[in-house]
Structure formats: C-alpha cells, structure tokens
Design a protein around this ligand. Structure first.
Ligand code: DBV
Length: 249
C-alpha cells in the first residue's frame, strides 16, 4: 500500500497541465534507492524514489517518496521558485510512521511583512480555517521552525488513515491549486535590493531545512551517512550547490 502515491501523481499531473514543466536533473544514484530493514518476519524493503521538475518561474519542484510498507510512508514535496520572484515555497511533509500520521502543508513565506501576508497567506485563511475543524493543530512543534511558517500552516496528526485519504488529500489539492494561481500571477522582480532580499530568504530557508531535516535520521539508518548527506545537499536542498550556475533576473 502506498498512501501518498495518489498525492504525488495528482500533483505532477496538475502541474503539467498548468505550467510548462521540464525535467529537473536528479544526481546519478539518487533517482531510486532500496534498502532492507528488519529481520525474519519483520523484513521490509524500503524504497526511496525521487522526482524533479522545473518551470519557467519555478527553479525546482521536487519530491522524495519513501515506501516501506504500512508503517513507513513519506512524501516530502517542495517547490522552490526562481530567485527573481517573491513567491513562497510550497511545502508538504506527509509522514506515516508506526506512531501515526504527521501532516505539514504550507506556503512558506519569504517575508513576514503585512504586505506579504496579504498577498500570499490571507487568500488561504478562510479555507484553512475550514480544514482546521477536521485537521486540528498537531501540537509540539520546533520553536525555531516557526519563523518559516505562514499563518495558513496546516500541521496535524490525523488518527485515521481515511482522514489522510480524504480531507488531507483535499487540503493538499487546495494548497497546490492556490499555489499555481500565485505562480501564474507572479511578476518578475527587477529591483536589486528586492532581489537581494529574496536571495537571502531562500538561502536562510534552505540552510535551515538542510541542517534540521527531520528525515536525516531515517535516511542515514536506511542508506548510510554518505548517501543521506549527498541526497540532502545535492538534491533535496541544493541551492548552495546550484547558486554559482544560476543567472538571476
Ligand atoms: N522531511 C523533510 C524531508 C523528508 C522529511 C526532505 C525525505 O524535510 C520526512 C523526507 N519529516 C520526515 C520524517 C519525519 C518528519 C517529521 C521522516 C519523522 C521524523 C521522525 O519522527 O523520526 C515538518 N516534519 C517532521 C516534523 C516536523 C516536520 C515538524 C516532526 C519532527 C520534528 O519535531 O522535528 N518538514 C518539517 C517542516 C516542513 C517539512 C518544517 C515544511 C512543510 O517539510
């Protein structure tokens, strides 16, 4: 059973229909990785599959999909816009572990100004509040992560898989649709000060996500330190590596 395959298929199809998608390179050896965990009856294959795309306004659209049986399913799906747009990051962390489901969906802001919130968070709030009735706040959350979230951050721990398949899927689609609307409307930035601010925000965010990646432990246990670190810095959060090759504006 692969709980998040429908999310992934939907997202890629929707982005393809609405944006001019191209493939984004995935480093050799990181497209798919297998490992066997457990022994005897508990033996379980865990497969991690990567997906990467880009579009004229989006630098990297990427997904890491971990499938390891009923009690290990993960889809981490993030969109990193080009550095000459003020677009937020689209971020979804859909995690199923033996302890249950953990869902994070957001459009993570570059800035926390009122202007930015009016533009990129406010439109989501009424629907976000509706979803919160069925998907209540998931509790403890790393304090230092808070600066990276928007007021429409959906963070929840559904106790039933059915909720993931229905309400969470619906919310995921809503955030994705709204994000694509934002992308379509987005206008290039040309002001050099603003470009610098965007670049700084991207660097801070990616540095934080790479350093604090909650999947580091799992990826290291499954595939070893070297593979995990290269995956994190060479694909999942690759801005620093790509920066020398990017032309901005
Ligand atoms: N999280 C990632 C990537 C993953 C991934 C790249 C390749 O950023 C999976 C996979 N997240 C993942 C796993 C766990 C979590 C947990 C496997 C479980 C870790 C464990 O319990 O062993 C949101 N994800 C979490 C947690 C948070 C987030 C707060 C709980 C762990 C903790 O308290 O640190 N991930 C975090 C976040 C976003 C996100 C800030 C934004 C949408 O994607």
């Amino acid at each position: 059973m692969s709980l998040y395959q429908t999310f992934l298929d939907y997202a890629i199809a929707y982005l393809r229909e609405n944006l001019d998608l191209e493939d984004y390179p995935i480093p050799e050896g990181y497209q798919q990785k297998q490992a066997i965990t457990g022994k005897g009856k508990r033996e379980q294959e865990v497969v991690t599959t990567s997906h990467g795309f880009c579009s004229p306004k989006l630098r990297q659209i990427r997904a890491a999909h971990v499938e390891g049986g009923n009690s290990l399913q993960v889809l981490n799906f993030v969109i990193f816009p080009n550095l000459n747009y003020d677009l937020p990051f689209f971020g979804a962390d859909l995690v199923t572990l033996p302890g249950g489901h953990l869902i994070a969906i957001d459009m993570q802001p570059l800035f926390h100004t009122n202007h930015y919130q009016d533009k990129y968070s406010k439109p989501l709030l009424p629907t976000f509040q509706e979803y919160q009735k069925e998907l209540p706040w998931g509790g403890d959350f790393p304090e230092e992560a808070q600066q990276y979230f928007s007021p429409a951050f959906l963070w929840t721990r559904p106790d039933k898989t059915e909720i993931v398949e229905t309400t969470v899927f619906s919310a995921f689609k809503y955030y994705l649709h709204t994000y694509v609307d934002f992308v379509k409307q987005a206008q290039k930035i040309t002001d050099s000060q603003q470009l610098e601010n965007v670049l700084t925000a991207h660097k801070n965010y990616i540095q934080y996500r790479a350093e604090k990646d909650p999947a580091r432990g799992m990826l290291t246990r499954l595939y070893g330190t070297e593979w995990a670190e290269e995956y994190i810095h060479g694909f999942l959060f690759d801005l620093e590596r790509k920066l020398p090759h990017l032309s901005i504006a």
